[in-house]
Write a protein that binds this ligand. Structure first.
Ligand SMILES: N[C@@H](CCC(=O)N[C@@H](CS)C(=O)NCC(=O)O)C(=O)O
Length: 207
C-alpha cells in the first residue's frame, strides 16, 4: 500500500491533503524530525535526502520532492482534477507550486526557522530571519493578488497548487501566528472546510 512518510505540520501536510482528496488507501509513517529520526539509518534507506515528504508506492519505490510527488499523485488519479494539462493552467499551477516550494519554503521559512544554515555568526541570525520574513511577506502579497475574485488558484476547483499554498498558510497562521492577507485568509478557511483537509489535520494531531 502507498505509504506517506511525514512529520506533523510539515510541508508533507500538503501531500497528506492530496492523498485524502484522492481517497485511495494509504498508510502514514511518522518521522520525528525533532528527534532527528530523518538521519537514522532506517529512514536514510528510504530517503537518503533525510527529508519528508517521501512517498513509497505500491511497488516499493520511493518518490521524493513535493512537486514531483504531487504531480505523480494527480496524474495517476486524473479523475480527481488536481492537475490540468491544458498549457496555460499547467504553467500557472507549476508557477505557484514552485514559488511555494522553492522560494517561500526553502528560501523564506528556512531562514526563519534555521537561520544558522545561512548565518556565518550568531550575530547575523536576526538579519537572516528578517530576510526570511521579507521573502515570505512578498510571496503572501503575490498569492493574495492571485486569489482575488477566485476560490482556488486555478479558479473554481482545487489543484495541487492549493495544497502547496495550504501548508504555507498553515505555517503563517498556526506556527508564526501571523495574520494572513484577506484573500489568503479566505482560501485558508475554504481549504480547512474541505473534509479531506480536516481529516489530514486531525490525523496529524493538529486540531
Ligand atoms: N525539497 C524538499 C524539501 C522538503 C523539506 O525541507 N522537508 C522538511 C520538512 S517541511 C524536512 O524534512 N526537514 C528535515 C531536515 O531538514 O532535517 C521537497 O520539496 O519535498
Amino acid at each position: 500500500m502507498t505509504k506517506l512518510f511525514y512529520a506533523p505540520g510539515s510541508c508533507a501536510l500538503g501531500i497528506h491533503v492530496l492523498l485524502e482528496e484522492i481517497g485511495a488507501p494509504f498508510e502514514l509513517a511518522k518521522v520525528n524530525l525533532a528527534a532527528r529520526e530523518q538521519f537514522l539509518p532506517d529512514y536514510v534507506k528510504i530517503n537518503p535526502k533525510s527529508k519528508v515528504p517521501a512517498l513509497m508506492r505500491d511497488d516499493g519505490t520511493v518518490l521524493t520532492e513535493w512537486p514531483a510527488i504531487a504531480a505523480w499523485l494527480a496524474l495517476t488519479h486524473p479523475d480527481k482534477g488536481l492537475l490540468s494539462l491544458e498549457a496555460e493552467q499547467l504553467a500557472r499551477t507549476l508557477e505557484s507550486v514552485d514559488y511555494v516550494c522553492a522560494s517561500l519554503h526553502m528560501q523564506g521559512f528556512t531562514r526563519i526557522w534555521k537561520p544558522e544554515a545561512f548565518a556565518p555568526t550568531e550575530t547575523d541570525k536576526a538579519a537572516v530571519k528578517a530576510r526570511g520574513q521579507e521573502i515570505v511577506d512578498k510571496g503572501l502579497v503575490w498569492f493574495d493578488g492571485e486569489l482575488a475574485g477566485k476560490d482556488y488558484l486555478g479558479g473554481a476547483t482545487m489543484s495541487i497548487a492549493d495544497a502547496a499554498l495550504f501548508y504555507l498558510e498553515f505555517w503563517v497562521a498556526e506556527r508564526l501566528k501571523q495574520p494572513l492577507p484577506v484573500h489568503l485568509a479566505a482560501h485558508y478557511a475554504r481549504m480547512r472546510a474541505r473534509p479531506a483537509v480536516a481529516k489530514a489535520l486531525a490525523d496529524e494531531g493538529l486540531v
